[in-house]
Design a protein around this ligand. Structure first.
Ligand code: 164
Ligand code: MG
Length: 368
């Protein structure tokens, strides 16, 4: 296939409720959608998960647009692509900028699935027909509010509760949750809010039988996490630190992580995400699919990826209705009792609601 046309859109969608982490609060989700057309007339969609501000990683919506327009699109337009795995080779001369790369690669995987008459999940080799999902819950104003939220998600059947922690909102919060929900699967995500000076505090979390603690230390660290893991019973899960298979290999060899949160955008696309999945399966480490407050298109890609066999822990891809009044796909993603059906129809398995896409578009540009 060849990509003959690409459209980039800046979408802005209001979150149903603001999302707070150790680094800030998000009310609106600004992101890029990429629509690619192939020489045989098929259309594939990709989503860049970069945020408006560089608080999760260094990439932003605008740096992604710059990378796409000035470097990535010129490299790929009208280039013969036999398989989506070749996209990362075409982009090999460009360092990092993984979320920008993943947006194009996702659209290529979508077109490839259509060309080969398979669902995206099947094209990736995924076999699971239903996937287990949990929720990621931001920092709340009070512990009571957090407990009420967790209670509602437990009642909806979500399979695990991930709660954000930061200094001052950690041990007491987790203790209160554990007291209230003795049998619920709970994990904590620190988004790099601690250092090795906090070892004694982090050790206190061992008491609460957490499934794991996600990214307690620096976003670019894989060494200190190994030091910390030796002191903790609770498994460490790396998120921000893992941007490639090589990062995963080094972290695993150093004993810095026992679980990996795989995010398609953070690692540069579905091909690299699958490689990390395969490597972890070989090493006996479970993986799960992280979320980036995606629209339905990113969500569909996450669901397809999660159908691979070593995604054995519930992911962050909960139903569309947790985030949006109206999503940009039909049907929307629905979680029933913490399970999502993996679409078996050709491509991503959801229709694009073009009217909704237009309604949320605040800027766009065509490339050919
Ligand atoms: O519900 C989701 O999509 C997951 C949200 C979530 O936990 C995260 C989204 C974006 C950045 C981070 O704060 C974070 C994470 O670290 O996993
Ligand atoms: Mg995280």
């Amino acid at each position: 296939m060849k990509l003959t046309e690409i459209t980039i859109r800046h979408l802005q969608m209001e979150l149903k409720s603001p999302f707070s982490t150790s680094f800030g609060t998000l009310k609106n989700r600004d992101f890029l959608l990429l629509e690619a057309k192939s020489d045989d007339g098929l259309i594939g969609w990709g989503e860049s998960v970069a945020f408006y501000s560089p608080w999760y990683t260094e990439e932003t919506m605008k740096t992604n647009w710059h990378m796409l327009e000035d470097f990535l699109i010129p490299l790929i337009l009208n280039k013969e692509i036999n398989h989506p795995d070749e996209v990362s080779e075409i982009f090999a001369s460009i360092r990092k900028n993984n979320m920008a790369k993943a947006a194009i690669e996702g659209a290529v995987w979508d077109i490839y699935a259509q060309q080969t008459n398979q669902s995206l999940a099947q094209a990736l080799g995924g076999k699971q027909k239903r996937i287990e999902v949990g929720v990621s819950i931001g920092i709340q104003s009070t512990i009571e509010e957090l407990i009420a939220l967790v209670d509602s998600y437990v009642k909806e059947g979500y399979k695990r509760m991930k709660v954000k922690i930061k200094p001052g909102w950690d041990v007491d919060v987790i203790r209160a949750l554990r007291d209230e929900f003795p049998d619920v699967a709970i994990m904590a995500d620190a988004n790099s809010a601690y250092t090795l000076n906090d070892i004694e505090l982090l050790k206190q979390l061992d008491e609460f039988d957490l499934m794991m603690i996600e990214q307690p230390l620096a976003a670019d660290d894989i060494v200190d996490h190994g030091v910390l893991q030796k002191e903790l019973k609770t498994p460490i899960c790396l998120d921000e630190s893992i941007c490639s298979l090589e990062d995963a290999r080094k972290a695993v060899e150093l004993g810095s992580t026992k679980v990996i949160n795989v995010k398609i955008g953070r690692v540069g696309g579905l091909t690299e995400a699958r490689r990390i999945h395969d490597y972890c399966a070989e090493k006996g480490l479970p993986v799960w699919c992280g979320g980036m407050l995606e629209s339905g298109i990113g969500r569909a890609h996450n669901i397809a990826l999660t159908s691979l066999p070593n995604f054995t822990l519930p992911g962050d891809t909960s139903g569309s209705n947790r985030y949006w009044e109206r999503d940009i796909i039909t049907p929307e993603v629905v979680a029933v009792d913490g399970m999502i059906e993996v679409p078996q129809t050709v491509g991503i398995g959801y229709e694009i609601d073009r009217e909704a896409v237009e309604a949320f578009t605040v800027g766009k540009k065509h490339y050919r």
